[in-house]
Design a protein around this ligand. Structure first.
Ligand code: DGL
Length: 222
């Protein structure tokens, strides 16, 4: 089985590496758009144009499924891709609002994501549908993806961002941008063991197994 993985930058690489580990028999192709990352501060029309251009090699490679390993592209573009490339299966990654709302005991969750994700109608819809009864904090993380992309994670104000969330009683933090997967442990360390940090790689692996029905899961997972 051939799985394409796309992200604007190195966030998707974390997802691709994890999928390689979880699905050792699959062929995993990863493409990114190093020339235009970060996408998160761009208007929707640009994110659409850039994503469509960047995934062309994956479409040409006839992947069984293409994982849009970018919350920013998923929340802004995936409907356009599904409408335009009808024969292609796509799996998107979007902030795990539903599991976070189900898991919180304090009724307070935080979503760390790019401005374009937080401003998208799809994200608003997720909150309206699943999180209308919890308080959702959305701290400013607008510089995070660029810093991580450029190997400057140590400049990210993690403590300054997470401490006010803890003070407000947040007990679940959603990593709503795949770039942040690289700093998951740092966020967990600052947040402490009583806070749950959610990111979707395992769920994506299960979804791949579900939708690629031509391949018996045993063959993929051995
Ligand atoms: N890794 C991406 C995401 O999941 C995008 C980061 C960016 O390009 O701003 O949102």
């Amino acid at each position: 089985m051939k799985i394409g993985v796309f992200d604007s930058g190195i966030g998707g690489k974390a997802v691709a590496e994890e999928l390689r580990r979880l699905l050792p028999h699959a062929e995993i192709l990863f493409v990114s758009d190093h020339g235009h990352v970060p996408y998160g501060g761009r208007p929707r029309y640009e994110i659409i144009q850039l994503t469509k251009a960047a995934i062309q090699p994956l479409l040409a490679a006839a992947c069984d499924v293409i994982v849009i390993a970018c919350n920013t592209a998923t929340t802004n573009v995936i409907q356009v891709l599904r409408a335009e490339y009808r024969q292609q299966k796509f799996i998107g990654l979007e902030p795990m609002v539903k599991p976070a709302a189900a898991e919180t005991k304090t009724g307070k969750i935080a979503v760390l994501a790019t401005p374009a994700t937080l401003q998208s109608p799809r994200y608003q819809q997720l909150k309206d549908e699943w999180a209308h009864y919890v308080t959702v904090f959305e701290p400013d993380c607008s510089i995070w993806a660029g810093l991580i992309e450029n190997g400057r994670s140590d400049e990210i104000p993690i403590k300054e961002t997470v401490a006010p969330l803890l003070a407000n009683g947040v007990d679940v933090i959603v990593l709503g941008c795949t770039h942040y997967h690289w700093i998951k442990e740092l966020v967990q360390k600052v947040a402490g063991p009583s806070v749950t940090i959610l990111e979707p790689t395992n769920a994506i692996r299960n979804r791949i197994v579900d939708i690629t029905t031509d391949y018996p899961s045993a063959a993929l997972l051995q």
